[in-house]
Design a protein around this ligand. Structure first.
Ligand code: FES
Length: 110
């Protein structure tokens, strides 16, 4: 059985982001995780604008003062519920969501 544990909840700052690697459709992918209280959302760490990673260094993500996830390459800004780009060069596009769940303080791929 594939290992599905990505990280622990406490390693993701509340309202912030963290990076983890997990198998998605059989491929090891970098993921961006966003925590809001006890819930976590995840997307592929791939910007829909030019296909680059969103972080400026591994696991280091930019956050706007409004809490948006900001791509470090050209500044596209994504809301953290649906992963929609709300400002920048790929406005209206979405990050690719990855299903995760929190179990016993651990974040797992579904
Ligand atoms: S690659 Fe993210 S805004 Fe261009």
């Amino acid at each position: 059985m594939a290992k599905t544990r990505l990280t622990t909840l406490s390693r993701i700052p509340d309202g912030g982001f963290a990076e983890a690697e997990g198998l998605v459709d059989g491929t090891l992918e970098s993921l961006v995780l966003h925590r809001s209280g006890a819930s976590v959302r995840a997307w592929l760490n791939v910007c829909p604008h030019a296909g680059r990673r969103l972080d400026w260094a591994p696991g280091e993500f930019l956050k706007s003062k409004d809490g948006l996830l900001v791509c470090a390459v050209h500044g596209a800004s994504f809301e953290t519920v649906g992963g929609e780009c709300v400002a920048g060069p790929c406005r209206g596009d979405h990050l690719r969501a990855v299903a995760v769940e929190v179990r016993d303080d651990e974040v797992h791929l579904l």
